[in-house]
Design a binder for this molecule. Structure first.
Ligand SMILES: Nc1ncnc2c1ncn2[C@@H]1O[C@H](COP(=O)(O)OP(=O)(O)O)[C@@H](O)[C@H]1O
Ligand SMILES: [Mg+2]
Length: 344
């Protein structure tokens, strides 16, 4: 522990603060959706807004306040990104015994039975990852259950405002989710949120106002801001100055990327490294083909077997959903479609 960091916990990303500032409207929209009483049909919702705006936390806190007789399943779809994996998680949340032997239809039947006997809420967080695969089938299935008034499907996305742009028409018209949007925090709001978390973590008077202002004016993502502040605190002698904040910017961002990639495979990290290395070499944006070559080189140097070009291409898409890279697609030319990728 340094002189500055007295208690790292409040600056950790999984810490739940006592007070949740500036999200009253969103939280009350969420609560209102469930306030219809015993007989009211449960709502389907699509919650969207940029990464780090408090969506996961707000939804989960409403969810935890629901009565005990409602069965609940929370699925982080970046980790469970196929219908099969997601169904298994849902069954597990209902305390059902599941192993790898079950067929998809068997898992669907169990979820259907659960919704027959109990009001049920299923939260599909980071839904975009599931929709890269067969997520549409899962959403269609859930929306068409016999007792659909008894089940609420909540999708959460940091990438997609309008779910209808990603799913089939028949799924959308059957699901009809109400949209709840989370706006990015303003600089002032982010400043307040970070100041509140810092108050319980740092030694008094160890954080200069300008340092916090600099972070709050550079990002509206709370996770990124917290990681940055924590990183600076670990590296400060006595005071966190604006100069130190600027100095550690790149390394703190790296730490944030590592945190995002923690839930993914080693090869995702290698693909990220490949984009990083390839962009160091030349221009900012790199063609997908060059990334694949760089990735193969990296695998060779660590004596690992490289995945196929197609898999790597899927992984680039995952990095795009995490806002680590952005990609532009060009059509035409010899190879049909090309993709140019750059770091965010
Ligand atoms: N209004 C707020 N007050 C305090 N902490 C917040 C607030 N909004 C977000 N956070 C914190 O920011 C981090 C990101 O929130 P999260 O719900 O994971 O965002 P999202 O799901 O939108 O990416 C969490 O550590 C959370 O505690
Ligand atoms: Mg989230």
């Amino acid at each position: 522990m340094t002189n500055v960091l007295e208690d790292p916990a409040p600056l950790q990303l999984n810490y739940v603060p006592d007070e949740f500032q500036d999200r009253e409207n969103e939280a009350s929209s969420l609560k209102a959706s469930f306030a219809g009483g015993e007989e009211a049909p449960l709502p389907n919702l699509h919650v969207h807004g940029p990464r780090g705006t408090g969506k996961t936390q707000a939804v989960n806190s409403v969810f935890n306040d629901l009565p005990k007789r409602v069965s609940k399943a929370y699925v982080p779809c970046h980790r469970y990104d196929t219908q099969y994996k997601a169904l298994k998680q849902i069954c597990k949340a209902f305390s059902q015994d599941v192993n790898d032997g079950h067929h998809t239809s068997e898992l669907q039947r169990r979820v259907g039975e659960q919704a027959e006997v109990m009001k049920t809420v299923v939260i599909l967080d980071e839904i975009d990852f599931l929709l890269l695969n067969d997520g549409d089938d899962l959403l269609y299935f859930l929306s068409r259950l016999e007792n659909s008034d008894n089940i609420s499907v909540i999708t959460i996305s940091s990438n997609t405002e309008k779910l209808e742009s990603l799913i089939e028409e028949r799924t959308y018209s059957s699901l009809q989710p109400r949209r709840i949007g989370f706006e990015p925090y303003t600089g002032g709001e982010l400043y307040q949120i970070l100041a509140e978390r810092a108050k319980n973590a740092l030694a008094s008077r160890s954080l200069q106002r300008e340092a916090l202002t600099y972070i709050a004016s550079s990002t509206s993502n709370v996770d990124r801001g917290l990681t940055w502040l924590r990183y600076a605190a670990k590296n400060a002698d006595n005071t966190i100055t604006e100069e130190l904040i600027r100095e550690v910017e790149a390394s703190a961002y790296q730490e944030y990327v590592n945190y995002l990639l923690d839930d993914f495979t080693e090869h995702h990290y290698r693909v990220y490294e490949a984009v990083f290395e390839a962009s160091e070499e030349g221009e900012n944006s790199v063609r997908a083909g060059e990334i694949y070559e760089m990735y193969q080189d990296l695998c060779r140097s660590t004596e690992q077997e490289a995945l196929s070009n197609r898999r790597v291409s899927d992984y680039i898409k995952n990095l795009e959903l995490l806002d680590i890279v952005q990609a532009d697609y060009y059509y035409g030319g010899e190879k049909g479609k090309t993709r140019e990728v750059e770091l965010c």
